[in-house]
Structure formats: structure tokens, C-alpha cells
Design a protein around this ligand. Structure first.
Ligand code: FMN
Ligand code: FE2
Ligand code: FE2
Length: 451
């Protein structure tokens, strides 16, 4: 990655794909180093500097303001996601005859929100709070907002209703679920709600300001990136571009097909500003962040034929011999096949292969009544990609209980993969007869793939 002409705390950081702790083991940045780097940036007009609280709201268009919060010191988001550049909780005020706040901030950041809102209106006078998504990084300020304005009307997508109920835990609050395409007239400003389910929660929607063509896209097209000197994306900012990819990779990638559907809907509109709920807003190339999702969510088939990936770990080569036997057998069928020794293949490559695969065979010996850790690490990659429609089975060598195979099968089924009715287990060193059984099993799995 090139260093940007603007000041970035970690210009040289090399991300790989994958979740940081589980998959790639990238060491976490030292917070103090981050603070030093951020302080250095403060020499410029850096809006995330210690005087961040003095930063005013930012006008996006006539009567539309960014009133969100900066969290430049955040280093981990949602347990798994590294945030070397901190993040922002973008919130927006739209003023017509009525007023609406779109998206909120995390609990603890209410002061920043209120300070940026107050020059525009008293909190008590706010009419609507539109929750594009109810995850606490956007709904955390709800309690304090309701304390200051108990008459506030909450609007959210219908699937968000049960979530909000369990967040507010107070039946007296007014909450309305809105439908895809529904309009809200504020008087001089029209908001359209566009449902975007599973981007990345079932409750997600976008809000589109019709007159000014601003798409408030919630977590979609966002990036965890706070230390910028301008709330707007600067063309060719490689650090932000990479942060947006990393955000997609960690948060959106398991829902790729849902993201694609919502993205196609968004692109039907004219867009002058893309205003996500984290990171820079894009008005210089408003459709750029959105169109990149089309590229990233494209199904990357390696060939026209179905692909089976055989992933295994093996201490003495017994499970490995089974995997090799399947590999050779499947090679002679109508199905493409890749062999992955998970201890020797980088996690990012494993993920890409699993994402491209139509069928997955996971093999582990049984160690202390369980599958071995490298296989668990590899299996956990499945929850970071979309597994919709994939078929799967388990295999492994064992000495006595041999539980690993059933444990893997049950994990695969819990992730909603279609698990083959047969598995394949061999006690200790595969005999010639065991290898015949392995070939038989592989033939059965190839047929399962083609049906
Ligand atoms: C540390 C260790 C623990 C084991 N625990 C179990 C066990 O709990 N149940 C079992 O069926 N086999 C157990 N085994 C036996 C292995 O599953 C068996 O040796 C298997 O053939 C190893 O296959 P591999 O060469 O593919 O690693 C254990 C082996 C080792 C080395
Ligand atoms: Fe979210
Ligand atoms: Fe978020």
C-alpha cells in the first residue's frame, strides 16, 4: 500500500483478508503508538484530534448535516475487527418542516451527537429518529435521546421491530416499522426507505433523500476510518479504499448475495452523496463505494464445473492418505477438486477456495474426543463467507472413539450446509480395503455434487 499524501497513522500497514485474530493473526496495533501517530496528524486540520469535541456539524447539502461522533482511539470493533484508524458513528440530521435524525451513535458518544445537533435544533424538537439498523453502535444513544425527548418517533424496517423492542424494553415508546419503498414527507424533504436485509443484519435498510439524492447507506459501503481531516472521501485515497475493502471482508462478506441485491437496488437511484454510517462520505465519486460492492460480491467461479475442496489436517498421514484418495477419485469424475492441507495453506487462500467451492470435505483425526485445532480454525472461516447452497461431508482417521467426524458434520449442519448422508472414517492406518471404501465414498460424494 502506498503512503497517502495526507497524514495517516499507519500508512504501511499490510492487511490480508480474513478476520484479524482468528484467521490472520495480525498483531494488534499498540494503542499508544496509534495515539502518537494521531497526534502527529493533528498538525493538519485533523477533525479527530483531541479538540474533536469542538468540531461542528458538517453541512452536506441545504438542511442536511452530519452530526455524528468520532471514535479515533477504537482499536477493535465487534470483538473481531481491527480498527487501526478508529471509526466514526455517522449520524445525519435532515430538516424539513419536520426533522429527522438518521442513524445514531454508540453509547458513550451521546455528548458529541448532542453538541453537533444543538446548533440546529433542541433535542426535544426532533420529530423522528430513523434507525437504519439497530446494532448498538447506531442505537446506543437511543436511551439518552428518549430521556431528552420522550415523544420522539422511532422508524425502522419491519424486521427491526422485535430487536428494538428488546433494546428499549419499554412498550410506551412509539415505534413504527416501515416497508421497502415507503416515503416519509418531512415537508420540503422526502425520505424513501429501501430495505437491505442482511446487510449485515436482518433489520438493515437504507434511507434515500429524494430531493438531494443522498443515500444514507447504513453499514453498507462504510469503512472504519476516523482520523481524516475532511469528512468527505478524497479521490484515490488508498488507505480509505483499503479500509472499505477490509470492512466488507470482515463484516459484509458472509452476506455477499444479500449485499449484491441491495447494491443493485441502490444503483437504480441517482446518487450525489453516499453517506454510510462509518467512515468517509463520498461526493466526489458518489457511486464508487457502491459499485465496488458489485465487484466484491460477484461469484468467483474457478470453472464451469462444480468444485469440491478437500481440507484436512493430519499428524501421521492417515487422514492425509484418505484425503489423497478422495482427491484422485474425484479427479476422475465430472467434478473439479482442490486439496488443502490446512496447516500449509494461508487462511486467506482457504477462505477464497471455500467461497468458490460448491462442495467441501473436511477431514480431521480425533484428538482427545474432538477435531483438531487447525481444522476448527479452518471451519471457523466458513462463518466469514457465504455458505448458501454448499454441500459438505466429513472424514478422518481415529484410534478409538473417533468423534471428530460427527462433530464436524454437526458443525457444518449448524451453518446450514447440506451435509451428505455418508461420512468416512478409518481406524488408524488405512488398509487396502479402507482405501476402497474411501474411493466408494468419493464416488458417492461426486454424485451428490452432480444431483
Ligand atoms: C494426542 C492424541 C490424542 C488422541 N485422542 C484420540 C481420541 O480421543 N479418540 C480417538 O478416536 N483417537 C484419538 N487419537 C488417535 C488418532 O485419532 C489416530 O492416531 C489417528 O489415526 C491419527 O490420524 P492422523 O495421522 O491423520 O493424524 C489420538 C491421538 C493423539 C496423537
Ligand atoms: Fe452493523
Ligand atoms: Fe455499524
Amino acid at each position: 500500500m502506498q503512503s497517502s499524501p495526507r497524514c495517516h497513522p499507519f500508512p504501511d500497514i499490510k492487511y490480508t483478508t480474513g478476520r484479524p485474530n482468528r484467521a490472520t493473526n495480525i498483531p494488534l496495533s499498540d494503542n499508544s503508538e496509534a495515539k502518537k501517530a494521531i497526534a502527529k496528524c493533528a498538525g493538519e486540520t485533523y477533525i479527530g484530534a483531541p479538540e474533536e469535541k469542538k468540531v461542528k456539524s458538517v453541512e452536506l447539502a441545504s438542511n442536511v448535516f452530519w452530526v455524528g461522533a468520532l471514535d479515533p482511539d477504537l482499536r477493535i470493533f465487534d470483538i473481531n475487527v481491527k480498527t487501526d484508524y478508529g471509526t466514526t458513528y455517522n449520524a445525519y440530521l435532515v430538516k424539513g418542516e419536520k426533522t429527522a435524525l438518521i442513524d445514531g451513535v454508540k453509547s458513550g458518544f451521546e455528548d458529541q451527537l448532542f453538541e453537533r445537533l444543538l446548533p440546529h435544533l433542541a433535542i426535544e424538537d426532533l420529530d423522528y429518529f430513523i434507525l437504519n439498523h439497530t446494532e448498538p453502535d447506531h442505537s446506543g444513544a437511543l436511551g439518552k435521546l428518549l430521556e431528552r425527548n420522550p415523544n420522539l418517533k422511532l422508524l425502522c424496517a419491519k424486521p427491526a421491530l422485535p430487536f428494538l423492542k428488546n433494546i428499549i424494553n419499554d412498550d410506551k415508546v412509539s415505534v413504527e416499522g416501515v416497508k421497502d419503498g415507503q416515503l416519509l414527507e418531512l415537508g420540503g424533504a422526502t425520505l424513501e426507505f429501501i430495505s437491505a436485509p442482511f446487510m449485515h443484519w436482518p433489520d438493515t435498510m437504507f434511507t434515500y433523500l429524494v430531493e438531494q439524492k443522498i443515500l444514507f447507506s447504513c453499514d453498507g459501503y462504510g469503512a472504519h476510518y476516523a482520523p481524516f481531516d475532511d469528512i468527505f472521501y478524497q479521490q484515490n485515497d488508498e488507505v480509505v479504499d483499503h479500509a472499505a475493502w477490509y470492512y466488507y471482508d470482515c463484516i459484509m462478506r458472509p452476506y455477499a448475495s444479500h449485499c449484491r441485491k441491495a447494491t443493485l437496488k441502490a444503483l437504480d437511484r441517482e446518487i450525489e452523496i453516499c453517506a454510510p454510517s462509518h467512515g468517509p462520505l463520498n461526493k466526489v465519486e458518489p457511486k464508487r463505494f457502491i459499485e465496488r460492492y458489485l465487484e466484491w460480491t460477484e461469484i468467483k467461479r474457478l470453472s464451469e464445473r462444480p468444485l469440491v475442496v478437500i481440507a484436512y489436517a493430519s499428524s501421521y498421514g492417515n487422514t492425509g492418505q484418505m484425503a489423497q484418495t478422495f482427491y484422485q477419485q474425484i479427479q476422475s469424475s465430472e467434478v473439479d477438486v482442490e486439496l488443502v492441507d490446512v496447516q500449509n495453506v494461508p487462511a486467506a487462500r482457504q477462505r477464497d477456495l471455500y467461497e468458490a467451492a460448491d462442495g467441501l470435505l473436511f477431514g480431521s483425526p480425533t484428538f482427545v474426543n474432538d477435531a483438531v485445532k487447525p481444522i476448527w480454525d479452518s471451519l471457523h472461516l466458513l462463518s466469514t463467507i457465504s455458505c448458501v447452497g454448499k454441500k459438505a461431508a466429513a472424514f478422518g482417521s481415529y484410534g478409538w472413539g473417533g468423534q471428530a467426524v460427527a462433530i464436524i458434520e454437526s458443525y457444518l449442519a449448524s451453518l446450514k450446509l447440506k451435509v451428505h448422508e455418508s461420512s468416512c472414517r478409518v481406524r488408524l492406518v488405512p488398509s487396502a480395503a479402507d482405501l476402497d471404501d474411501c474411493r466408494q465414498f468419493a464416488r458417492g460424494f461426486s454424485e451428490f455434487m452432480l444431483n
